[in-house]
Design a protein around this ligand. Structure first.
Ligand code: ADP
Length: 393
């Protein structure tokens, strides 16, 4: 019986999981699912390899407002039961920040865990949840090896100029650099590009990962040349609840004129801004698209305008444009967002095929478009499964 890897992606509002067969990371997972609504009203859902829903058993009635640790502790025995007689070989985790310490996936040891804890302030919305998942597995089955895969690692191929802030050198040396995120997603997309673009895959490809968290990565030779996120996952594009790039003077204003404390500013920038802040309605793109409130429309327009500006701003890092890829929840499913972003880029020769775009086809560019535009579903879990394979087998 082939052993399996459990992949955990513990975010701020959802816990995603997948069970992959060892030595088959590119095959669809045996099962995948998520607990959404963490911190409020958690809802469990899971599907088997064929996409059919799996009975949640005891997980149908998750306690409202339960802590992440409690939910993970409930989920682990359910997963063990659902995969039945297949031995669990390892647990792989998506970890948001690896800083300068981790340029590749790593087997988790107490020392590694201590180092990851020091990076928590750089990703306050994510890193503590990633670490909580690691602790929960250690408590459940301390003998099981655990692997951490970092969202920052893929970007370590960037040139020094792409990583630097214009700050005094002592801060740079201390590690105040542009790290970039969503690296597991970009690594997956880079790995499948040749299937869709042939030789162009090694050219200059801009990948827009548009989900609750959103960023853009400029690839050259299928490696990261530059990305829109920086020192933290707050930078770059406007997101669900995060502001993205902001004049630092606004933060000084909030402190000096409004007397706001750091914790309040953190809350404002991470959880009350972005689509939610501008619309005053929701952080959820689907909800905003269904609304006829002008603030919802303005939030979507701003999201798309800023994404297009960011995309164009990354072009000097790769010196041109051979293809655009949209991925993640909004990128894969919102025809409106793709249409608005590509509309701002028509001067680059980008043109969409409206019919293909409306049905979220794999290729959505018009026949005459100078630049192919693709919609490719991401699969961060597959990258974590690959890392488990290569570190453990
Ligand atoms: P994350 O993994 O960062 O939590 P996802 O990649 O799942 O986020 O993306 C979530 C976003 O995708 C939400 O804003 C959601 O509204 C949006 N989304 C999902 N389906 C659709 C759809 N059919 N049309 C428009 N937006 C969608």
């Amino acid at each position: 019986m082939t052993g399996v890897f459990l992949i955990l992606n513990a975010g701020s509002s959802s816990l995603k999981f997948a069970v992959h067969e060892a030595r088959a990371p590119s095959a669809p997972p045996l099962l995948r699912g998520k607990i959404s609504g963490l911190g409020t009203r958690p809802v469990f859902s899971a599907q088997d390899r064929t996409g059919a829903d799996i009975d949640a058993g005891a997980l149908t009635a998750l306690e409202p407002h339960a802590r992440h640790e409690t939910l993970i502790a409930d989920l682990l025995p359910w997963l063990a039961c659902a995969t039945r007689d297949r031995p669990l070989l390892a647990v792989g985790h998506r970890v948001v920040h690896g800083g300068r310490l981790f340029e590749a996936p790593v087997l988790i040891s107490p020392d590694v865990l201590r180092q990851l804890e020091t990076l928590a302030p750089l990703a306050p919305l994510h890193q503590p949840h990633n670490l909580a998942a690691i602790h929960a597995v250690t408590t459940w089955r301390p003998e099981i090896p655990q692997v951490a895969c970092f969202d920052t690692s893929f970007h370590r191929s960037q040139a020094r100029l792409a990583e630097l802030f214009a700050l005094p050198r002592d801060l740079t040396e201390e590690g105040v650099l542009r790290y970039g995120f969503h690296g597991l997603s970009y690594e997956y997309i880079a790995s499948i590009l040749p299937d869709h673009l042939g030789e162009r895959a090694s050219g200059r490809v801009l990948v827009a990962h548009l989900g609750n968290g959103s960023s853009i990565c400029a690839l050259k030779g299928r490696k990261s040349a530059a990305t829109s996120m920086g020192f933290t996952a707050l930078d770059g594009l406007m997101m669900g609840c995060r502001c993205g790039t902001l004049d630092p003077g606004v933060i000084l204003y909030l402190m000096q004129a409004r007397g706001m404390a750091a914790a309040d500013i953190e809350k404002l920038l991470y959880t009350q801004s972005g689509l939610l802040g501008v619309s005053g309605i929701s952080n959820d793109m689907q909800v905003l698209q269904a609304s006829d409130d002008p603030h919802a429309k303005e939030a979507i327009d701003l999201y798309c305008y800023r994404a297009a500006c960011s995309l164009a701003g990354l072009l000097p890092s790769v010196g041109g444009l051979d293809a655009i890829v949209f991925t993640a929840g909004i990128g894969e499913k919102s025809a409106l967002v793709r249409r608005l972003i590509c509309g701002h880029l028509s001067w680059l020769g980008v043109a969409l095929d409206e019919t293909a775009n409306a049905r979220n086809a794999t290729s959505v560019s018009a026949a005459g478009s100078k630049v192919p535009v693709l919609v490719l579903p991401t699969n961060e879990e597959a990258i974590v499964a690959r890392a488990c394979d290569s570190l453990l087998l």
